[in-house]
Design a protein around this ligand. Structure first.
Ligand code: FUL
Length: 483
C-alpha cells in the first residue's frame, strides 16, 4: 500500500518536472549560430563592389604587373555607392580592397603596389577610408574582400608571404572601424607550373578574429559563412546551415560543389551559405556590358534569400568611381518589386491554430507568434512533438502564390520535411512538399484561393521552433516556381 503511494508520488513528481521543462524555451539543437552569425543572416542582402585596376584595363584577372597609375577614377563618390545600396535595401557593402593583381585600394604599408604609388590624388587617396566613412554616414555596414592569391607580391609562393598577408590584414582591419564581414577568395589561377603557396589559414582567421571579433569570415569553408558553390546566384532547395570542414581548405581542397550548395544535414559546424553573384556578366565594370534584368534579379532573390542564404550582389563602380545609372536603376527596380510583393502579408489576417503549443498552451509560445514580425517571438511545441500542424484560417478567401517560413535559428536548424496544404472544396490539397527552412525559405507555388492553409511538419530533428509564416501574392515574377 505504502509502496503504491510512493510510486504514485514519484510519478507526479516526474510529471511536474517534465511540465516545468516544457515551460522553458526549447533546448538548442545541434550546432547553433553565434550572435554575429544571426545578425549577419538577418542582413539578408549585401552589395559587393569589385573595383581596382581591372576596372581600367577591362580585364577580370589582372596580371599584377599593371602600373599603379592605371587606377585613376575621375569622380570617385562612395556616398553615391552607399545611396544605391540603401535604395536597394542592402545592409552592407563589401569592397575588393585587394584583388588577385595585388593592388591595394588603401596605402597598405605591407605592399609597394597601392593607391599610394599611383598618381591618383597625388598618391594621397584611400578608397577604404572614403567608403568606410560613407558607410557609417549612411548606416550601411562595411566589409572587405582581401584576396590571398597575389600576382604582384614578390614573397608570394614562399613561407614569408603568410606574414606579408597577416600584416596586410592587420592594417586593413585596424584603420577603418568595424568590419562586418571578411571575404577570403579561394581562387588561384597559377596553374600546375605556377607558384605554390601554403596558406596559413589558422593565422589569417585568428588575425581577423583578434582584430574584428564580430566579423563573419567568408571562404569556401567559413568559418563564419561559406561559398554556395556557384556564381549564378543559386543555393540548393535543400539548404542546411551546417558543414563539416575538418580537413578541408578554401580553393582546390574545398568540399564538393554539391556539398557547398546544400550544406550538410549532420555538419559539425554551424555555417550558413552566402550567394555571391554579379549584376553584370563580369565582376568588374566593363563598358558595353549590361546589367541583369529585374526579372533575373528577382529570380536570384528567390534562389538565395528565399533558400536560407545571404545574397551578396555585385554592383561594380565604373571608371569614374560611380555606379552606372543603368545598374542603379535595376537595383531600384528590384527593391520596388520586393516591396510590392512582400509589402502585403496576407497571413496577418489569419486566425492561427496549432495542434500543440509548448507548456500546455503557454501564451509565450502561442501559434499566433508566427504572424507577428518580431523575429524573437516564435511558436514552439513540447519537446517530443515532432509532427505538429499549424493552421491559418481566414474569414474571407485569400489568394497567394508565395509562402514564407522562418525558423528561429538561434536554437539551431530543426525542420527537415513539411507539407503545405490548402482547403479546397472541403478537402486538404497538398501544394508543396519542401525540405529545409532555416533562417528563411520562400516557396513559389501556383496561385491558390482558399480560406484555410495548413502546414504539416512531417520530419523534424527536434521540436520545431517557427518564428514566421507569411503568405504573399507575387504578380511580377514570371519565372519558374519551385515546389
Ligand atoms: C572569384 C574571383 O576569381 C573573381 O575575380 C571574383 O572576385 C569572385 C567574387 O571570386 O573567385
Amino acid at each position: 500500500m505504502y509502496r503504491l503511494r510512493f510510486v504514485v508520488l514519484l510519478m507526479e513528481l516526474l510529471l511536474s518536472v517534465v511540465a516545468v521543462a516544457q515551460r522553458r524555451p526549447p533546448e538548442p539543437y545541434g550546432p547553433c549560430p553565434t550572435e554575429a552569425q544571426v545578425r549577419w543572416q538577418r542582413m539578408e542582402m549585401n552589395m559587393f563592389c569589385h573595383f581596382g585596376p581591372n576596372t581600367f584595363s577591362g580585364r577580370e584577372w589582372g596580371g599584377g604587373n599593371e602600373s599603379a597609375d592605371l587606377f585613376n577614377p575621375s569622380q570617385l563618390d562612395c556616398d553615391q555607392w552607399v545611396a544605391v545600396a540603401r535604395g536597394g535595401g542592402f545592409r552592407g557593402i563589401i569592397i575588393t580592397a585587394k584583388h588577385h593583381d595585388g593592388f591595394c585600394l588603401w596605402p597598405n604599408p605591407a605592399s609597394s603596389h597601392t593607391v599610394r604609388e599611383s598618381g591618383w590624388r597625388n598618391g594621397e587617396g584611400d578608397v577604404l577610408l572614403e567608403l568606410s566613412q560613407a558607410c557609417s554616414r549612411g548606416g550601411v555596414k562595411f566589409g572587405v574582400y582581401i584576396s590571398p592569391w597575389d600576382r604582384h607580391d614578390p614573397t608570394y609562393g614562399t613561407p614569408w608571404y603568410n606574414e606579408t598577408f597577416r600584416r596586410t590584414l592587420e592594417h586593413a582591419l585596424t584603420r577603418y572601424g568595424e568590419v562586418f564581414e571578411q571575404w577570403f577568395d579561394g581562387a588561384n589561377g597559377e596553374g600546375p607550373r605556377g607558384k605554390k603557396q601554403e596558406y596559413d589559414w589558422g593565422l589569417f582567421n585568428h588575425t581577423v578574429a583578434r582584430l574584428q571579433p564580430q566579423a563573419v569570415i567568408f571562404s569556401d569553408v567559413g568559418p563564419g559563412c561559406h561559398w554556395v558553390g556557384n556564381e549564378q546566384g543559386v543555393c540548393g532547395e535543400t539548404c542546411w546551415s551546417r558543414l563539416n570542414t575538418d580537413g578541408f581548405q578554401p580553393g582546390a581542397l574545398a568540399p564538393s560543389l554539391e556539398v557547398l550548395n546544400q550544406g550538410e544535414r549532420d555538419g559539425k559546424y554551424y555555417m550558413p551559405a552566402e550567394v555571391d553573384v554579379s549584376i553584370r556578366p563580369g565582376w568588374f565594370h566593363h563598358s558595353g556590358e549590361h546589367p541583369k534584368t529585374v526579372q533575373e534579379l528577382l529570380g536570384i532573390y528567390y534562389t538565395s534569400v528565399g533558400r536560407n542564404s545571404v545574397l551578396l550582389l555585385n554592383v561594380p563602380p565604373d571608371r569614374r568611381g560611380l555606379i552606372d545609372a543603368e545598374d542603379s536603376a535595376r537595383v531600384m527596380g528590384l527593391r520596388a518589386a520586393l516591396d510590392a510583393i512582400f509589402g502585403n502579408d496576407l497571413a496577418k489576417q489569419a486566425h492561427v491554430y496549432a495542434s500543440n503549443v509548448r507548456g500546455e498552451g503557454l501564451w509565450t509560445y502561442r501559434a499566433a507568434n508566427v504572424i507577428d514580425t518580431n523575429y524573437h517571438r516564435y511558436w514552439a511545441v513540447d519537446n517530443g512533438c515532432l509532427h505538429p500542424t499549424l493552421t491559418l484560417a481566414f474569414d474571407k478567401q485569400v489568394s497567394f502564390n508565395r509562402v514564407m517560413l522562418q525558423e528561429y535559428i538561434p536554437l539551431g536548424q530543426r525542420v527537415e520535411n513539411y507539407e503545405v496544404q490548402v482547403l479546397q472544396k472541403g478537402k486538404w490539397v497538398t501544394i508543396a512538399t519542401p525540405t529545409t527552412i532555416g533562417y528563411k525559405r520562400i516557396l513559389l507555388t501556383d496561385t491558390y484561393t482558399t480560406k484555410e492553409v495548413r502546414i504539416r511538419f512531417t520530419g523534424c530533428r527536434a521540436c520545431p521552433v517557427i518564428s514566421r509564416v507569411g503568405l504573399f501574392r507575387d504578380t511580377i515574377y514570371q519565372g519558374e516556381g519551385t515546389r
